[in-house]
Design a protein around this ligand. Structure first.
Ligand SMILES: Cc1ncc(COP(=O)(O)O)c(C=O)c1O
Length: 367
């Protein structure tokens, strides 16, 4: 069951006792973070390898788990190569560092995840923005920079589940040296053939001008990051980029767990089917409550807002009192400064979604 234990009054942590809530937050889309096979794999691997490699992979910190997951992810994502990183943030840093010297600037969707701008800055690339999901504006900004650039976007946007126009963005690249980075933290394991992601759903595999990054923390419920791209770009980077050479990799226990999570996702395709059924049920419930703004129908993330921040804090408190966690966000790159960001998982039951919708409608009525 998707549940969390937290303070029952989020504005006064520690004052009230903690309790379990049914959560409509987080990004454990397939419910794999608590799957017994996945958790069991982590425990066994911790016994074999310890919790940490305690050194970078380029020194003494490499394991068979890391090397094998890279091969498995390259095969799954249909890319020439895959490079594991500590997390999704460092996957974006690695992708930007790989392109240093080849491009002059990073041109980002104005609502791209903040880690993309951070990664570009860390790679000493000037950052420019284009209008949200507007490929013709991306082409305009790219031309105004002059020379090769890297476009970067979320595949599925964190805040509201909108999907980036991948094919149009590839067409917007100004020349052969330019590239597109798709941060697919929320599309990986969700969209595309068997969860191969947003680029796959748009008909693309990673190639010389298309790098895909993702986290292992969401769709696979573990921890770690990955860059998928062509062998010619990724393999030489293992000797060169600081974010790979100079950091301890994700725990071998979690990498082993991610391998098992990938197998579970393949063995249990009904999980994705249930995710989409739940997303549709949730979308209908929000529409019924008069809360649903238009959105891409295929993703399990929903953003909505019901008044000013004080009203929404009150609504959240009333919903919490009925045993449901509905995250209120003031997170960068959102559609408005403060919004509810709800998400569903394959593990939600129909009864939980219906009960949540009733609670939400009841709480609004009792405002
Ligand atoms: C779109 C996006 N990119 C990158 C990240 C960073 O991933 P990680 O938490 O594994 O560092 C996140 C996580 O919240 C994300 O939502």
């Amino acid at each position: 069951m998707p549940s969390i234990v937290q303070d029952s009054d989020p504005d006064r942590p520690g004052v009230h006792p903690q309790r379990a809530l049914v959560t409509f937050g987080g990004c454990d889309y397939l419910g794999l973070s608590r799957h017994p096979r996945v958790v069991g794999s982590a425990i066994r691997a911790a016994g074999r390898h310890g919790l940490s490699t305690s050194a970078s992979r380029t020194t003494t910190g490499d394991t068979i788990e890391h090397r094998t997951l890279e091969q498995e992810l390259a095969a799954f994502l249909q890319s020439g190569s895959a490079m594991l990183t500590l997390d999704g943030l460092t996957a974006n840093m690695a992708a930007m560092q790989m392109l240093t010297g080849r491009v002059n600037a990073a041109v980002l969707d104005e609502r791209a995840h903040p880690t993309l701008a951070l990664a570009a800055t860390a790679a000493a690339l000037p950052v420019r923005m284009y209008r949200h999901r507007d490929a013709s504006d991306a082409a305009r900004v790219a031309r105004s920079v002059g020379g090769p650039i890297v476009l970067a976007t979320d595949g599925v946007f964190t805040a509201d589940g909108a999907i980036a126009p991948i094919s149009e963005l590839i067409d917007a690249l100004p020349d052969e040296r330019s590239a597109l980075i798709v941060d697919d933290c929320h599309g990986f394991m969700v969209l595309g053939d068997s969860g191969r992601g947003t680029a796959n759903a748009a008909g693309h595999s990673p190639h010389d001008r298309l790098l895909v990054t993702t986290t292992l923390a969401k769709g696979l419920g573990c921890s770690g990051g990955v860059v998928a791209g062509p062998r010619e770009l990724l393999e030489p980077a293992r000797d060169r980029i600081s974010v790979y050479v100079c950091t301890t990799p994700a725990s071998p226990a979690l990498i082993s767990a991610a391998r098992e999570a990938l197998r579970v996702a393949t063995d249990e395709p009904a999980r994705r089917a249930r995710l989409f059924e739940n997303a549709e049920r949730f979308a209908n419930a929000l529409a019924h409550a008069g809360l649903a703004p238009p959105k891409d129908p295929a993703t399990p993330i929903f953003a909505f807002w019901t008044g000013d921040e004080t009203d929404m804090r009150d609504l959240r408190r009333r919903v919490l009192a009925r045993g449901f966690d509905l995250p209120l966000m003031a997170y960068p790159s959102g559609p408005v400064p403060c919004y509810f960001r709800a998400s569903v998982s394959a593990d939600h039951t129909e009864a939980q979604i219906d009960a949540f919708a009733d609670a939400l409608a009841g709480c609004r009525g009792s405002a």
